[in-house]
Design a protein around this ligand. Structure first.
Ligand code: SF4
Length: 367
């Protein structure tokens, strides 16, 4: 199973509860007096047919992107954080505020990212606090500090180390702009598995990515009994100068057109509906409110990628963000965006679902 049964049931109950009884404090939108639940984009013309989903008019988060710091020991070519937050690179979110953000937004899944979270001193306490709150946790790391900090963490079926690997040795080292990082990341991965932890990998696809190399990477990692792989196209952060590495929407369709074998051969954490979207077979609206970001500056809006505001409270993020102004066709910065943090919530919630999608998602969740 993708998640332990208890997490799957908890997630299902959370979605059902929030769909039937959407928290009214997150649905107030000053831009619209007529519609208390405005959505990002209309769904009346999905590619190839489909039905608008009733959940679309109810905003609630599924995954919290929690960034306790933006500092990192690497300067990866495609990363916007170390550039966008250059002025506050030494800032940290206190442990209390991190746990406060988890409580405030109530998302069942917490992705601890950054920056490099293993450079955050109380990170093990943060994981412990999130586990006590019954959250499912992904700690996104480049893996280099794992051997030295592993002893601080207790294995738990709801806690995953999510190790960044963008290719085999030469490609990954090129992407992170330092020789030897691939070997260190794999050493960290092996150490975490040997200590009994759940470990998955996270791969970003750039224009230069050879999808056959991704197949080779996943085959190579099979010997370590990795618990899952996430795959997502890169997004052209305005903060990143190297525009030529990012893909257009058409190029993303081309890259992902022939990835079905990955789902047959490997444990993929990416949902099948989201992959259909990447292939160009589904139209999904951006539901960035399903994947909010909290960092050293507050609640980042509208999404993990674009920063137009930082809000003091989650309620403000939900109610003050003009959601209808974002997404493809509404904002040119969104034109080629197909990243998981904007679209996986739409896939998970069954937006524009077609006959058979639910069955595919259940089969994927149980695989
Ligand atoms: S950049 Fe992507 S995730 Fe962010 S609002 Fe635009 S479409 Fe959504």
């Amino acid at each position: 199973m993708k998640l332990p049964l208890s997490s799957t049931l908890r997630m299902g109950a959370y979605v059902a509860k929030n769909t039937l009884f959407p928290p009214p404090e997150w649905q107030r939108d000053p831009q619209s007096n007529k519609d208390p639940f405005p959505i990002l984009q209309p769904t009346t013309n999905p590619v190839g047919g489909g039905v608008p989903h009733p959940m679309l008019r109810k905003r609630f988060p599924l995954v919290l992107m929690l960034e306790p710091l933006h500092a990192c020991n690497l300067t990866c070519t495609g990363c916007g954080r170390i550039r966008e937050y250059e002025d506050t690179i030494t800032s940290r979110v206190s442990l209390g505020d991190c746990l406060g953000a988890i409580d405030e937004c109530r998302a069942p899944v917490v992705s601890i990212c950054g920056g490099e979270p293993l450079m955050y001193k109380p990170v093990a306490k943060l994981v412990q606090g999130a586990l006590q709150r019954k959250r499912h946790i992904y700690l996104c790391t480049n893996g280099m500090f794992l051997p030295s900090r592993l002893h601080e963490f207790q294995p738990d079926k709801r806690f995953f180390f999510n190790i960044h690997l963008d290719g085999l040795r030469d490609s990954h080292d090129l992407a992170v702009e330092r020789t030897g990082v691939f070997e260190e990341a794999v050493a960290g991965l092996r150490a975490a598995k040997a200590a009994g932890h759940m470990v998955c990998t996270n791969t970003t696809v750039y224009r230069e990515t050879d999808m056959d190399e991704i197949r080779e990477l996943f085959s190579y990692l099979r010997q370590f009994d990795v618990d899952g792989h996430m795959l997502s196209p890169a997004y052209g952060y305005s903060a990143v100068g190297t525009r030529e590495i990012f893909l257009t929407r058409e190029e993303i369709h081309e890259k992902f057109r022939h990835v079905d074998d990955l789902f047959r051969k490997f444990r993929m954490n990416t949902t099948p509906t989201y992959v259909e979207f990447l292939k160009g077979n589904r139209d999904l609206p951006c539901t960035a409110w399903g994947n909010p970001t909290y960092n050293t500056e507050g609640w980042k809006g509208p999404c993990y990628l674009i920063t137009d505001a930082h809000w003091n409270s989650f309620e403000e993020l939900m109610n003050e963000t003009p959601w209808e102004r974002y997404g493809r066709g509404n904002d040119e910065r969104c034109e080629h965006c197909m990243v998981h943090c904007g679209y996986e919530p739409s896939a998970a919630l069954g937006v524009n679902a077609r006959l058979g999608d639910s069955l595919r998602m259940i089969r994927w969740a149980l695989s």
